[in-house]
Design a binder for this molecule. Sequence first.
Ligand SMILES: [Zn+2]
Length: 118
Amino acid sequence: MLLNVFSQPLPDPSELDTWHVTLRCGHRAEWRQHFTSSLFTASTMVCTECGDIRGVLSSELIAEAPARAEAARTREIRRIARREVERLRAIEQLEAAQRRVDELDQQADAGGWADWQA
Ligand SMILES: [Zn+2]
């Protein structure tokens, strides 16, 4: 188990948000956590000033991880790409429908319609 903890890769610093945390003792601490955790959820922290475990009064995200913006850009690019695929599919369906209308018009012009009317 302990070996497992040490075998985990260290997080990329560009993926870490920086939080300012106010503790019940009145001291403030800085905390970094991965940007995919969008909330600060710890209820206690070791105060580096007091050396004791203190409750967390409040937390504030003060610096977003650069990777957060990059991840948002990647999601936006994927969303735009999906829309483009949908748009191209709709154009293909429209063109297929127009070809079918043209075929039916040609059949009607070739006498099918006149035969039906007679
Ligand atoms: Zn303290």
